[in-house]
Design a protein around this ligand. Structure first.
Ligand code: GLY
Length: 313
């Protein structure tokens, strides 16, 4: 651990074409949410909170915003149900907690944190995860908490096309349907500790029981004080096959790369091996922030080394 004395924070709200952001008002809506999330995370860190607390707080806020595909804005599966995945990881000791295929939980990232701290396991899924949530006293929310008109219409469109649809897809065919995917948050606190969190509703019209990269340590999320914190967003199957978050960390560990170099190398690998769609946000142990993506855009923002808030697509 290196005590940098400064903090860095990054969040993302998904990657894709974002063709629905056709006007300033819509763009402002998304960027304002990203900005407010970063400002909240900054307050957590300035008040002495850890990187882990900051990423949990930021991911929870994004889960509470229906425009993002996580928490209350989660997309619907083939049965018209929500099945959410989330994970959180502490770079101090590689502690991690994850949940997959959970429903009726407002903040899956908070349940993932409880799996990490209150169980001897790393991942719990479906009914087992829900029983654990009950055991921990976590409130269940009703199903209609998740049914935004946008998500119902999106599932309807996917069913009409008889296929699965990426929430963040950016193929020409999908250009009318593109909205947002996974959310994520990563942080370096002034004590030099890194943490990462990722949460998602997955893919529109996905098979019941499908789990993506977001809750998989090394795929959708990774944090190690020795290297970096990473959160990924995009086509989960590609990220699982390339173990993209750990791959970025390994470029640092084994080749001495910084955040920018390792992020570029990781995305090059994603493209070369599986022509993967999506992106990553990365903070290295020195507090350098980096991002890269293969999609047209990725909505994200950052505060690098206690500097200004910056947000962009
Ligand atoms: N990256 C989110 C998912 O594929 O589920």
């Amino acid at each position: 651990m290196s005590d940098t004395g400064t903090y860095s924070l990054m969040v993302h709200g998904g990657a894709g074409a974002l063709d629905n952001v056709k006007d300033d008002k819509t763009a402002f809506r998304y960027l304002d949410s990203i900005r407010r999330t970063l400002e909240h995370g900054r307050d957590v860190l300035l008040l002495g909170g850890s990187a882990l607390q900051a990423v949990e707080a930021c991911a929870s806020l994004l889960e509470d915003d229906p425009v993002f595909n996580a928490g209350c804005g989660s997309v619907l599966n083939e049965n018209g149900k929500v099945e959410m995945d989330a994970a959180i990881m502490d770079g101090r000791n590689l502690s991690a907690g994850a949940v997959a295929a959970v429903d009726n939980i407002a903040n899956p990232v908070q349940l993932a944190r409880l799996v990490m701290t209150e169980s001897e396991h790393v991942m719990l899924i479906a009914e087992g995860a829900m029983r654990f949530a009950d055991h921990c006293g976590m409130a269940r929310v009703p199903e209609d908490y998740f049914y935004t008109p946008d998500r119902v219409e999106q599932l309807h469109q996917a069913r009409l096309k008889h296929r699965m649809m990426l929430d963040h897809d950016d193929t020409e065919e999908d250009s009318e349907d593109q909205k947002y995917g996974t959310i994520g948050a990563i942080a370096l606190d002034p004590a030099g500790n890194l943490a990462a969190a990722t949460s998602t509703g997955g893919i529109v019209n996905k098979r019941m029981g499908r789990v993506g990269d977001s809750p998989i340590v090394g795929a959708g999320v990774y944090a190690d004080n020795e290297t970096c914190a990473v959160s990924a967003t995009g086509f989960g199957e590609d990220f699982m096959r390339t173990v993209i978050s750990k791959t970025v960390a390994d470029f640092m560990l084994m080749q001495g790369m910084d955040a920018n170099q390792a992020t570029k190398a990781g995305i090059d690998y994603l493209k070369r091996k599986v022509n993967g769609r999506g992106g990553v946000i990365v903070i290295d142990a020195a507090g350098n922030c980096a991002s890269d993506f293969t999609t047209k855009k990725m909505i994200h923002g950052w505060i690098e080394k206690s500097g200004e808030v910056t947000c962009r697509f």
